[in-house]
Design a protein around this ligand. Structure first.
Ligand SMILES: *[C@@H]1O[C@H](CO)[C@@H](O)[C@H](O)[C@H]1NC(C)=O
Ligand SMILES: [Ca+2]
Length: 465
């Protein structure tokens, strides 16, 4: 008996098990699908019936109520699916579901900028289980998406270049699997914080990688290690363009207390979700906002986030900066190489878009200890006041800083300067800025001058010079 057990165990380890399905083919637990260090458990995916992958089609004609389509010519033909439009799939992750608000809100934002077939992929049948099982079930989801895409191609001569799959967490790897099964011919895959456990460091076969589509872009928002930080997302670069907003590990606004999370605009469930996985969920919120802010998420090439934070990577190089999110595909060098890495800052609550500016202030007037602030006024809007320097204000010295404005000011028209004493100063000194230069992220520089000096807390306006 023991011998038979041992034999079957040995054979099992070598041969592996396999399950086969009519439409989708066979799925084995051979290495690297299972039985490797990153995924030690030999687990097979559930059946297509159990995973129950559903395609919820929203279009500009039906933005609020989906039509459920299946991979069959006549149902697609009788739906609002339009073959002359791009098709964007949105795939959710672990313990999530396809009729969650965030997927539909990505579609709704898309409808405000383009005509598109937006398909929310629901696989809650396979996502509400243990994590290891869910990592296997995404193979079925990927196969189902690939199968539908193949039907689009064969029945409607639909071009795979017009397919874009947006996947969050485990959904990012499901997108990778769909791409692998269509030989990388799909136009684009966007990975929104691709899941780390069972994927980080694994062979390209089982995870999202740049060969899965013509263009792969990735947003990392929870790249701290799983142990001990409970970071759900990959830190590994897995696309052509990999964006690390706010450094990719800790998102601003994610350290709020439980109560402020629960009264979040998205409602109670979203609040609870945010409380446990706020960083991880930021990736799809950034994507949703990026659709409406075509230049509000410029990503800067830089050696590291600390170098970026130390203002060493501004402005954009001559070829420009790619936009994180929806408009990443506009970047001319997008597929020049794999693993191109970019850094940027975002806001701490929606709207997350930010516009980075560099400001140089040449001081005049008295020498005092204090801090200075500058606000920008342009043809598109006016910024808040941002601190440029804090310390000894020396006449004729130039102090520089960069900041991320929540307003794009456009072509600058004037700037305002303000300063404060750090300690009470009874001599009522006056300080000014003889020149302020403002640089936008495209390298355009605007110069402003003034001969005046002002007391603390008094605004000084500088005009173009
Ligand atoms: C400026 O620096 C001083 C001393 O380092 C600090 O106490 C003060 O809070 C700073 N002020 C601002 C507005 O950052
Ligand atoms: Ca892959």
């Amino acid at each position: 008996m023991l011998l038979i057990w041992t034999l079957s165990l040995l054979l099992g380890a070598v041969v592996g098990k396999e399950v086969c399905y009519d439409r989708l083919g066979c799925f084995s637990d051979d290495s690297p699908w299972a039985g490797i260090i990153e995924r030690p458990l030999k687990v097979l995916p559930w059946s297509p019936e159990e995973v129950n992958t559903r395609f919820l089609l929203y279009t500009n004609e039906n933005p609020n109520n989906f039509q459920e389509i299946v991979a069959d010519e006549s149902t697609i033909a009788s739906s609002n699916f339009k073959t002359n439009r791009k098709t964007r799939f949105v795939i959710h992750g672990f313990i999530d579901k396809g009729d969650e608000n965030w997927l539909q809100s990505i579609c709704k934002n898309l409808f405000s900028v383009e005509s598109v077939n937006c398909i929310c992929v629901d696989w809650k049948g396979g996502s509400h289980t243990g994590y290891t099982q869910a990592t296997q079930n995404i193979r079925i989801v990927g196969a189902e998406v690939a199968y539908l895409v193949d039907v689009l191609k064969s029945s409607f001569e639909y071009s795979l270049s017009d397919v874009h799959i947006i996947g969050h967490s485990l959904g990012a790897h499901a997108a990778g699997e769909a791409g692998r099964r269509t030989s990388g011919a799909i136009g684009r895959i966007t990975g929104l914080d691709p899941a780390e456990p069972c994927f980080e460091g694994t062979p390209e076969l089982v995870r999202l990688d740049p060969s899965d589509a013509q263009f792969v872009d990735v947003i990392h928002t929870d790249a701290a290690p799983m142990i001990p930080n409970l970071g759900f997302g990959m830190s590994q670069v897995v696309g052509h363009l990999d964006f690390f907003p706010n450094g990719g590990k800790e998102m601003p606004g994610c350290k709020k207390n439980a109560l402020s999370q629960i009264v979040d605009i998205d409602g109670i469930w979203e609040g609870t979700r945010d409380f446990v996985a706020c960083n991880h969920l930021r990736s799809y919120k950034y994507y949703a906002d990026s659709i409406l802010n075509p230049d509000g998420f410029a990503g800067f090439p830089c050696a590291s986030y600390s170098a970026f934070s130390e203002n060493k990577c501004f402005p954009c190089p001559s070829e420009g900066c790619p936009q994180m999110g929806h408009y990443a595909d506009r970047f001319p060098g997008k597929t020049k190489s794999e693993g191109q890495t970019f850094y940027l800052n975002t806001g701490d609550a929606g709207n997350f878009a930010r516009w980075r500016y560099k400001v140089d202030v040449t001081l005049s007037g008295k020498r005092v200890t204090g801090h200075i602030l500058v606000s920008l006024f342009g043809d598109k809007g006016n910024s808040k006041q941002y601190e440029i320097f804090n310390g000894t204000l020396k006449p004729d010295s130039t102090e520089s800083n960069e900041f991320d404005s929540d307003v794009e000011v456009g072509v600058l028209q004037k700037v305002k300067f303000l300063w404060y004493n750090n300690v009470i100063n009874p001599t009522l000194p006056k300080v000014g800025a003889s020149k302020i230069s403002v640089e936008a992220n495209d390298g355009q520089v605007f110069d402003f001058c003034s001969q005046d000096t002002v007391r603390e807390e008094v605004l000084l306006t500088l005009n173009p010079c």
